[in-house]
Design a protein. Sequence first.
Length: 296
Amino acid sequence: MYYSDDTKIFLNGSFQLAKESQTSLFSQTLHYGSGVFEGIRSYKTETGTKIFKAEEHYQRLLFSAKKSHIKLDYEVEELVSITNQLLEMNKLTDAYIRPLVYLGENMGLSPTMEVNLFICAWNWGKYLGDSALRVMTSSYERPNPKSCHVEAKVTGHYTNSIMASTEAKSKGYDEALLLDQNGFVAEAPGANFFFEKNGKLFTPASGNILPGITRSSIIDIARDLGYHLEEGQYTPNDLKDADGAFFTGTAVEVAGIESLDGKKFNKDWPDTLGYELSKAYSLLVLEKYNQAYTVI
Ligand code: PMP
């Protein structure tokens, strides 16, 4: 699914065949989750393949590396250029791009000097699909910001995400919604969360979440379209009589939520503000937003 016989990847300065690429089994990242990564999408636009918010994603990769004491010797422009070359080489247009910074051999818990950069890309449909989701409140909390840098995209943080998603799926739900350490609504295992109530939109403020690049695009679009949007702290109780809700993220894009813990939201997904925002977001990534909407 991720590569075929002729797929090329980028590894430490050169483009190589994925099937021939090798790495050490003694990597500190493989054992302890001490790497950083990104999830980026490119789209086939009328003027060619465009990576959506490429600079923002690579700035976040460098930020995550810095927070994790990883010295990555690349500039944002270089990373964007490598990624464009990789897409072209693999003839990819609508692609999902995965840069991973992983560390060298070290079975100790001390800092590791060897830093590796791997970038790959493949065709990946909308993660979580197109139908409105049935979501459960997770029994797992998001990691406490006092135990790690939640605003950084660190590989090890995703053990929490996998636990929450696995629990939700084992109980017959499509996805989980996690609370933070204080019991406020936080985010999904790999996406941010918004809800709609009485014509207004709400989303958890940054602090206990990964503040997504899609989340910030959605906030910009909502404000541009004149919707009322608040960032704050919300309890599960605030969601009980909500009209609608949705997840945002590079992989999921904008995914509507039908129900939470078996209780349907008041409106059907196509009747919500979130649905309108999902249509606008699809236009934005295709660089057709300005044509379709009057920009304020
Ligand atoms: N929260 C978590 C935990 C995530 O893994 C992601 C995906 N990167 C997001 C939110 C959404 O971030 P973005 O919109 O930048 O993809």
